[in-house]
Design a protein around this ligand. Structure first.
Ligand code: ADP
Ligand code: ZN
Ligand code: ZN
Length: 681
């Protein structure tokens, strides 16, 4: 059978299968075969799409089946990107095909049979880009700190040397300016740059700032664009028309020919970590791609992740510091308000302290603006029966549904299912319900009661869903048509509000109490980011953090806005408990619709794992029900494996996994691996 083909290809499939499959190439396809193109191949009794990862003249394998069609006119991925995907598959413990799928342009998939929709257009059909307006560029002298940082960066640029930098600088210290000048230098050398940002749809000001400097050389990986627009941007990048790519984590795979620099802005942001397979962290992949392609890497943040900062101490990254804001932008003062003593009496929702109310009133009378921040959308996160106390739990997820007043509906924030508030309680027949807790909708409504003449707007993922809404709000803020803006962490991402002189953080407590060792770090980051958005010049403004735990060490550190001190304390805590970066963690999530079998699988897998680690320097936690024990009708149990070296964790889990699957039929139960997990929920 085998000898009838003159050529063979190795194909990575999008399933969880580790090894590429080998197929024969019929003569009529021979000319089209190239590494990085997709092919249609028979697999079991189906036809599926895979990616060519190797071409061979011979194979020792018997009974080779022929490939059916080559699907792309040109390779979608370069050999270097394929190699990067290979590394991702090993490090994040997924198949090569799954990693490759993550690197494909938006909407292009592996797995099932493809119709026309997945096929890339030919270059010739490429459309010209819209003309860009290039307004005048501002010129100002760099601060000394900016100049020092750039000198270091240029040193590696001139030497064509891979180097990772951590640029630590308070918000408004001029980090973005450093990015712009670094990229200019890279561009002068004829090389390409990639800038990863947390949430591209919220960074229109950043993008337009880059467009001011680089015009049509910018290519944007934008999740809000139509699929065909996204593809044409991808092609502009691949063709070399766009030499600076801005995008979210997937832009780390941007098909630039010659990357000289990869920048990750707000590197601490958890959106760089993908929460489905492959669970890669775009920030860490950026460092790896930089190394593979000999490009410089800059990770920037006002509040670097503990892991990245630790890397500056070991010397893996070089630390660059911008300790002060640029001239004319002072940091606001931050205080905590004890809600146990300063709560306003006639505020049934318990939203406002006296201090905050007075502050808002003052701002309104001076025609200044206020932001009210709470990291929870909706009206009331709990609707309880007043008679028996029963909560409205989502029937697909083990989590309370949130009441949204504008639509008069209960919504699950995990699966998005909705239902009306029942007219009678299914448990006791009572007809009376109480609405407890607060969300942004409620804050907006209560603020209207206290300030009936104020112009109030709300920005959260419910309102920002509408295309253009974010930009509209930003414009009204600028034109001073808003007195109070209520919002979630969307407010904290990548946008400055220099004219805002008061920021009220309605409650810091919810974030602090999450069952996750990163709760403190996340709270510190969020508070610092939100605070740092405000202020300039003579009116640096004030940040008011409301809490019932004013003595919590994280809040005390947040008031001081002292990252170094925060790092020192957090580092001590991580070291004492042997948490990352003093250990590595792999989270194993066992998930399934059948609760009994989910538990049985979790227990079985954990005991097998316990056997394999006995006598070795590893620690196993669990199995335990996950904090959110059911999502979308699937029960969830998890196991954490902790160890000193990632390689031995990889090896142990892989071996256990294979043995476990040999001995057990797990059917529809999934075992999902998350290396360096960012959340324990
Ligand atoms: P960051 O990214 O650290 O938040 P930016 O680079 O966005 O800071 O700078 C904040 C603001 O200060 C921007 O409007 C920018 O144009 C301006 N800026 C940057 N560097 C300087 C400088 N050296 N002198 C004056 N203004 C500056
Ligand atoms: Zn009841
Ligand atoms: Zn749900």
């Amino acid at each position: 059978m085998t000898e009838k083909f003159a050529k063979f290809i190795e194909v990575a499939l999008g399933y969880g299968i580790d090894i590429p499959f080998v197929y024969g190439i019929p003569d009529d396809l021979s000319d089209h075969v190239e590494i990085g193109k997709r092919v249609l191949v028979p697999f079991r009794n189906k036809e599926v799409t895979g990616c060519i990862v190797g071409i061979k003249k011979e194979t020792g394998i018997e009974n080779i089946r022929p490939a059916l069609a080559v699907l792309d006119p040109f390779p979608l991925l370069s050999p270097k990107i394929l190699e990067l995907c290979k590394w991702i598959s090993e490090y994040y413990m997924c198949s090569w095909g799954q990693a490759i799928e993550a690197a494909f342009p938006a909407g292009v998939k592996l797995k099932g049979k493809t119709g026309n929709s997945g096929i890339m257009p030919d270059y010739s059909k490429d459309k010209p880009v819209d003309d860009l307006i290039v307004p005048g560029k501002n010129t100002f002298p760099l601060t000394e700190a900016q100049q020092n940082a750039l000198n270091e960066i240029f040193e590696s640029t001139n030497a064509n040397r891979f180097q990772s930098y951590l640029l630590e600088g308070v918000t408004g210290s001029g980090k973005t300016e450093v990015y712009i000048r670094s990229i200019k230098k890279i561009l002068e050398k004829g090389l390409d740059s990639i800038l990863l940002v947390p949430e591209i749809s919220l960074t229109s000001t950043l993008v337009s700032r880059f467009e001011t400097h680089f015009g049509e050389k910018i290519g944007v990986f934008h999740s809000r664009l139509t699929q065909s627009k996204r593809r044409s941007e991808w092609l502009r990048i691949k063709n070399g028309d766009a030499k600076i790519v801005i995008g979210p984590r997937s832009a780390v795979f941007a098909p630039v020919k010659n990357p000289g620099m990869i920048i990750v802005d707000e590197e601490h942001d958890s959106s760089f970590k993908q929460d489905t397979a492959p669970c890669y962290n775009g920030r860490d992949v950026a460092v790896l791609r930089g190394k593979m392609e000999n490009a410089e890497v800059i990770l920037g943040s006002a509040t670097p992740s503990i892991e990245s900062y630790a890397n500056t101490i070991t010397g893996k990254y070089k630390l660059l510091n911008l300790p002060e804001r640029v001239p004319g932008r002072k940091l606001p003062s931050v205080i905590t308000i004890d809600m146990r003593t300063d709560r306003v009496k006639d505020d049934p929702a318990k939203i406002f302290s006296r201090h905050l109310l007075t502050g808002i009133q003052e701002r309104i009378s001076k025609n200044e603006q206020t932001i009210l921040f709470l990291n929870r959308r909706g009206f009331a996160p709990m609707v309880l029966c007043r008679n028996c106390g029963a909560n409205q739990i989502c029937k697909h997820c083990d989590i309370a549904m949130v009441y949204h007043e504008s639509a008069d509906i209960l919504r699950c924030h995990y699966c998005n299912s909705r239902k009306k508030v029942p007219s009678i309680c299914p448990h006791c027949g009572s007809g009376e319900f109480g609405y407890y807790g607060i969300g942004t909708e409620r804050i907006e409504e209560e603020a209207r009661k206290f300030f009936p003449d104020a112009r109030i707007a709300r920005l959260d993922s419910d309102t920002a869903r509408k295309r253009g809404y974010f930009d509209k709000i930003m414009k009204s803020l600028e034109e001073k048509n808003i007195d109070i803006l209520v919002g979630t962490q969307l407010l904290a991402k990548g946008h400055d509000y220099p004219d805002i002189t008061l920021i009220g953080i309605i409650s810091a407590d919810g974030m602090l109490n999450l069952p996750d060792f990163r709760a403190g770090e996340r709270t510190f980051q969020l508070l610092t980011q939100v605070s740092g958005r405000a202020g300039r010049g003579e009116s640096p403004g004030e940040v008011v953090i409301q809490t019932y735990n004013p003595d919590h060490y994280i809040l005390k550190l947040a008031i001081k806005q002292d990252y170094k001190e925060f790092y020192k304390q957090e580092d001590r805590f991580r070291r004492a408990l042997k948490l990352p970066p003093y250990s590595r963690i792999v989270q194993i999530l066992v998930r399934g619709k059948n609760e009994k079998r989910t538990i049985k699988t979790a227990i079985g897998f954990a005991s097998k794992l316990r056997e394999s680690i006995s006598g070795r320097n590893m620690e196993l936690l669990g199995p335990a029900e996950a904090p959110i024990s059911k999502i979308q009708s699937k029960y969830r149990w998890h196991i954490l494996l902790k160890g000193d070296e990632i390689e031995s964790l990889h090896g142990t889990i892989k071996k256990t996994y294979e043995e476990f699957l040999k001995d057990n039929k797990i059917g529809n139960i999934e075992i999902l691996l998350d290396v360096d997990p960012q959340s324990q929920l």
